[in-house]
Each structure stands twice: as structure tokens, then as C-alpha cells.
Write a protein that binds this ligand. Sequence first.
Ligand SMILES: [Zn+2]
Length: 573
Amino acid sequence: MSSMNRRSFLAAIAGGAAALSTSLGCAADARNALAPAAGEMDLILLNGKVITVSPDDAIADAVAVRNGKIVAVGATQDIRRLAGTSTRVIDLGGKCVTPGLVDSHFHLIYYGQQFREGMLDVRFPRARSKQDLLQLVAGHARITPKGQWIVGNQGFSLNIDGVPSLAELDAVAPEHPLYLKDRSGQFSLANSLALRDAGITKGTPDPLNAKIGRATNGAPNGLLFHYPAEQMVQRRIPRYGVNTATDVAEGQRRALEAGYTSAQDVIVMQQETIDIYRAAERAGTLKTRLYLMRYLASEQQLQAVLAHQERFSGEWLTFGGWKLAIDGGGGAGTQLMHDRSLRVANRSYPFFEQNVLNRMVLQLHRTGLQIAIHACGDRAVDMSINAYEAALQASPRPNHRHRIEHAMFVTPQALERIKRLGIIISTQPQWISFFGEGQHMWTSDAAMERFFPLRSMMDMGIPVAFGCDVPATIMVEPRYAFIGAVTRTNRGGYMPAPEQSISIRDALRIHTMGSAYASFEENIKGSIEPGKLADMVVWSHDIYTASSRELAALKPLATIVGGKIAYEGLNTA
Ligand SMILES: [Zn+2]
């Protein structure tokens, strides 16, 4: 790689842009003819391949931006005339531009928290095995004062059957309370000191919707299933649940670096987190646009929250509605499948009985806001549909846009009902490649026929949105979503239901317009069209013509939010 290549993309083309700007001294008259209203353009992009994701999938080569909005899209020769003396002009040199990606499922503040100093980093590829994990803990115990917590970030990537036992955890951290969370967030490990500190004993009842793992004699075995059980330990750890402005900044930095200009934070646990986001909005430090959904763990909490929840909406921060969960995940064995004998489901149970879920969904539906339900397994998806159907029957409402998150396994009958009821599927195609083999091993050939049926959803006209779900997903970059949706390949060449692959054009449209639709924002974002927010990404490769090898190297050269360069990447393509 030459030193020239190591400069940022924008620095590398700066000479060209300056020359271009100065050669346009006489463009003012023509500009007035084109510009719909007075005022100079703030930013102009020229000589690119601008994939607009407009209704007819138009390709342009230039864009003009003023006051944070897209003003004109078209040919370089026409857009160039809009440049004024204070316009920043960027010659793209043929590079590909798309609308800023909208992520429909991104735990932004919580993701930012995973990189705090002092947290033990156990994320892939750091802990590939039980031995790796135990070694990391042992090493950390040597440098941590006795009695202090050892806390891993979310998290290690081991299936429930392959995790260390309580005795093994105690052996590597005999003098520190220890807490380690699985990557999926659906189960955690605690050693004996941590369990004791949290007051978890043989006599402790399971918290609502959650389970304390137990040995045959009923004593806790160090496993904790689902958030309410995990929180029993988490709330003992200093600062663990306390979100900060730094976490927001870190989460945003990583989102922009990946090319997301909007993110939907679908688990906001507490009012304090909303307050931090609101403070960032007031301070002008939000660089990605955010849409928040408040997580409700119980009917009781629902009543308390509904009475006070403030609503707000704007271009930078919107309160969108409510999030529930009905099952866990395959790695924890808590993925709710109709066939409970499958290993992904052998510890599964519905987090709410159907009648309770129905009551909660109806009450939330009547707030007029959107609901999203975490449902991975086919039975979880069916229970979610049942609840939405009952609520819509009791209280019909057009354009509700209620959502199911993940929907890894969906039966053909469920697809029909989803279509009929107007439910949105917000999902993670990167999991097709990341977890296809593992799900195959822990389910069956027959089940895998129903694994992420994206092609069927598209053919039926079901609205689909994509979101990466970090930190439950290790890799944040959208290239993994594209690769999963388009190739459906796993290591070793396994392709679950290959006929369900979709085109790169469809995948991009879902990750822009589809995800914007999932937050009622398709009229202001998701495509490069006049009047929309000037959120765009300049990419290292042409997304529409990239080979799968090139797609695997895809990265942003620049992420533009509201017409401002929010991230600049290195030009190494
Ligand atoms: Zn999630």
C-alpha cells in the first residue's frame, strides 16, 4: 500500500476538488437557473455513481446539498453549475454513493458501553473456546485487586453446553466476584462470589420471565437466563447499568464508521438512558439519527412507564414506542420453537403466556405508538402474530407498523398472516452466514427450510428492515448483512435454503428505505432524492457490481449526515 493510499479519501481528492471549485467562477448565472430557491449550496458531490434508491432505482452522478437537505440530484455538468464560492465541492472520482444506511436494530448506547476501560474483553475472536475464556479471566484476576469485580463485555461466543462450570469459574477467580455475558445477551455466567454478593441462593425464586440455572439439588450453578435474572447480578456491579454520554459518543463513532447514519435503539431499559440521549440532542452532539424503543419487562412495569412516558420526535431523536421479548436465542437453548426437542429450544419457555402477551400488546397498541417484539423461534413468531392480530381485531388501526425482531424461523402460514396484518420483519441477514451452520447442527434439515425466508417475504410484499443488532452481533459492518442476504453461504460452503437469497439491489433497498419505513421515516430518509435529509455514504466499492470478494472488503470512505462529513475513512481500495 503506498503512502498516497493511506491518506483519507477526502484528503486524497482534495487537490482535484479545489481545482474544480476555482474553475467554476462563472457558474453563478447557470446556478440561478437550476436552483429552486436562493442560497448557496453547502456541499456538492460530482463524478460519482450515485445509487439513489429512488422508486425507479435511478443512478445519478452528482448531488447538491443545502441546509442539511438534498436539493438536486443529476448529471455532473448540471449540478456543477450550482457551486458557489463557499460550496464544498467533492469530486468522487467515480466512487459509489448510496443513501446513509438505516439500522433497524442497534443497541447504540449499550454497544458503546462494551468498550469501557477496565472491562474484560471477551468478544470474538478473543475467546474462541472455554479454555480461552478461563485464561482471559485468570490473567485479569492477576492484575485486579482482590475483592474487585471482574466483568466481561458482551460477550463470549460459546453455546450453552460448552461454557465453564461454576467450579471452573471459581478456580480461575477465587477472590473476585466474576460476571461474564454471552454474545447474544440471553444468558450469563457468575461465579460463587458474584452469586453470593447478589444474594442468589438455593432458596431464591426465579425472577419473572427469567431463570436461575440450578444443579440437581437446586443450588445455583452459575448460569443466569434472560435479562431479569442477569440484572440480579448486574445491579451489584458498580456503574454497570449506568449509561453515560461517553457511551453514546462511542456507539455513534462506531455506527458512523460502519456507514449507518440512522440507528434504531430497540432496547432502552430506563428513563435515565432517554435523558442522556435527550441531553446529547440538546448539546448538538448527536451525529447519528436515533429512534428509541422503551423495553418493558413486565405488565407491572408497563403500567408504571405508560403513565409517565414522554413522547418526542425530530430529525435527530424520536421516541418510537415499545419493545417486548417473547423468547431468547439458540445459543442459550431458549429459542422458542414448536418442536421443543430441538437443541436450540431445549431450555425454551415463553417469557409471557399468550394471554398476558395479548393484554400487554393491546394496551401498548392503544397508545398509538409502534410495538416491536423480539421473537427468534417459529413458535415465538406465531405468539407475536397472535398478539398483534388480537389487538388489531379489538382496536383496528391502519399503518400501525408493528414489528417482529429477528424472526429467524418463520412458517409459510406465519408469512401469510404477517402479510395480511401488515407486520414489519426487522431482521439480521448476517446471521444467515454467522449462525447458519450452528442452527443447522442444533435444529434439523426441515427447520432450516424456514430459516430467514427473505425471498418469500419480498415476493409477498412483506415490509422488511435490516439491523445489525450489535453487541449481540460481533461484526457491526453492513457488508455482513449484504453477504448474508445475497450469498447465504457459511464456512464450509453450507447454504441454508439457497432459493431464499435476494439481490444486492433488494438488500440495499431494505437497509435504506426498508429500515426507514420501520421507523415511519421513509419520507425524510432512505433515498437520495430532493427534499430528503442529506445522509449519504461514499463507499470503497460499487455495491451493485461488486463481486462477493469485493463485497467482503466494502467499507465507507466517507459518511455524510445532514450534509456534514461525520466520518472519513482511509482510501485503501
Ligand atoms: Zn437486539
